[in-house]
Ligand binder design. Structure first.
Ligand SMILES: NC(=O)c1ccc[n+]([C@@H]2O[C@H](COP(=O)([O-])OP(=O)(O)OC[C@H]3O[C@@H](n4cnc5c(N)ncnc54)[C@H](O)[C@@H]3O)[C@@H](O)[C@H]2O)c1
Length: 431
């Protein structure tokens, strides 16, 4: 499809991620227009209708209802939760919609295969929201790898440090605390991006084997400080000494992770501090619970080792409890190495130089790390629009097929962590 007018899209799953992507349509109305929204939650549906000026005919109670109606747009932005991506995508792909779909696009191999098969069968363009590929920090790294500056990559060492408040809010108290409910572990929910970056940097080389270790080190009842209660603002005598206190995290920092913590107050236009305190005291609100007594089953640290068919290796560390969120990476090639931190906004390139009096040439490359995911979020939507218009795709474009190896690495790592075995990439799926 080569289009002249704006690409039209329906948002499916009116959550905070979709809102973030939809904002591109408000900034660039000549390129993208949101013409519909599907969500069973009437408060969210109405909010999106107001934000994007969607008429009544564009409002749907579910992805399924949208799929059953006559096709009304070029594409769907699928921002449902992890385990709903495939179920909501299948009828919409069959109805002919192209799709921007949040990561993880599937929660297991079987789902991954089903989605890939459907996209092939119905000839849809499907792109995955691997926003980090659009962060200038990683884009410039990839450009240098493609240009051959590093020679051949022999080793990649990447790490994601999840801050204490991020870990507590999302993976101990929050939506991803219980793998039976969200169908994802920490590695899939948080770091399928990092697995994707590793596969992207090594693209063209088959991943061969994966091994992984990890557990819940901190957030379990045995580690609970003596005398702690069960709800921070109800029965905890040590609340004022606890770094994980819900009061400190969400009342003293009222905007921190607010789209997760206060989602039960979305029906109130401007919730007061009293509304928030009352919410955190409710026994069924996990954000008010003691982090050591949340019934969470999701690991809080995990290591992954990957071997590629050319003999090169990658290792990834996922750790929680850091003071700040941070992603670091160190790539070693046969001619040069790159290392840096996304959040610190720079990487260093050291290129071998055996000239007299010299050891290596050093270059520091700096970036503006502003905006969601190092500036990647809005660039990703812009690229999706270009892709649909039939324009030249960017080097970051993540079609469904491009995302398979990264997701597969996560599924195999989980298998390895649970069985203690080294797991091989299946032949049929890898590139
Ligand atoms: N790319 C990233 O870096 C990034 C960052 C954070 C979250 N995510 C991912 O984004 C996705 C969405 O996260 P969120 O926090 O915005 O979710 P959310 O829970 O706020 O929103 C999901 C919405 O889907 C709706 N929904 C449920 N069933 C539906 C159906 N059948 N049809 C239509 N809508 C339906 C829900 O009512 C809800 O409003 C998740 O998969 C998450 O892992 C990605």
């Amino acid at each position: 499809m080569v289009k002249n007018g704006p690409v039209t899209a329906v948002i499916v799953g009116a959550g905070h991620r979709s809102l973030w992507y939809g904002k591109y349509a408000l900034q660039e109305p000549d390129k993208l227009r949101i013409v519909g929204v599907a969500d069973p939650n009437p408060v969210r549906r109405e909010y999106f209708a107001r934000q994007f000026g969607i008429p009544e005919a564009g409002l749907f109670a579910s992805a399924e209802e949208l799929a059953a109606a006559p096709k009304m747009a070029d594409a769907v932005i699928n921002g449902t939760m992890d385990h709903q991506h495939v179920a909501t995508a299948l009828p919409l792909l069959a109805a002919g919609y192209d799709m921007l779909i949040e990561k993880p696009f599937a929660v297991n191999m079987e789902e991954m295969e089903r989605l890939a098969r459907a996209a092939k069968q119905y000839h849809n363009k499907v792109m995955i929201c691997h926003v980090l590929r659009y962060a200038p920090f990683y884009q410039e790294m990839r450009r240098r790898v493609l240009r051959g500056d590093l020679g051949e990559i022999t080793s990649i060492e990447a790490a994601e440090y999840v801050s204490y408040h991020h870990m507590a809010t999302c993976y101990v108290r929050g939506k991803w605390r219980d793998s039976n409910a969200c169908h994802a572990g920490l590695l899939l929910a948080k770091s399928c991006h990092d697995m994707d970056i590793i596969m992207w940097l090594k693209s063209g080389v088959k991943p061969a084997r994966v091994a992984s270790f990890g557990s819940i080190f901190e957030f379990r009842p045995e580690r609970c400080p003596e005398g702690a209660g069960t709800m921070c603002m109800v029965d905890c005598p040590i609340e004022d000494r606890c770094v994980y206190s819900a009061k400190k995290m969400y009342i003293d920092h009222p905007d921190r992770w607010s789209f997760y913590v206060w989602d039960r107050l979305e029906h109130i236009e401007r919730p007061t501090i009293e509304d928030k305190i009352a919410e955190l005291k409710k026994p069924d609100n996990y954000y008010g619970r003691c982090v050591w007594k949340c019934g969470n089953d999701v690991v809080d640290h995990q290591n992954v080792a990957i071997e590629f068919a050319d003999g090169s290796t990658a290792s990834f560390i996922l750790a929680s409890g850091s003071g700040k969120d941070e992603r670091t990476i160190h790539i070693c090639g046969t001619r040069a190495e790159i290392y840096g931190s996304l959040e610190q906004g720079y990487f260093t390139v050291r290129s071998i130089n055996p000239a007299p009096g010299c050891e290596c040439d050093i270059e520091e490359v700096r970036f503006d790390a502003q905006g969601g995911h190092g500036g990647g979020d809005q660039r990703l939507v812009a690229d999706f629009v270009e892709y649909l218009r039939g324009d030249e795709p960017s080097i970051s474009l993540t079609k469904l097929d491009d995302s398979i190896n990264g997701h597969m690495a996560v599924f195999l790592a989980e298998q390895s962590r649970q069985t203690g075995q080294v797991c091989a990439f299946p032949e049929g799926f890898a590139i």
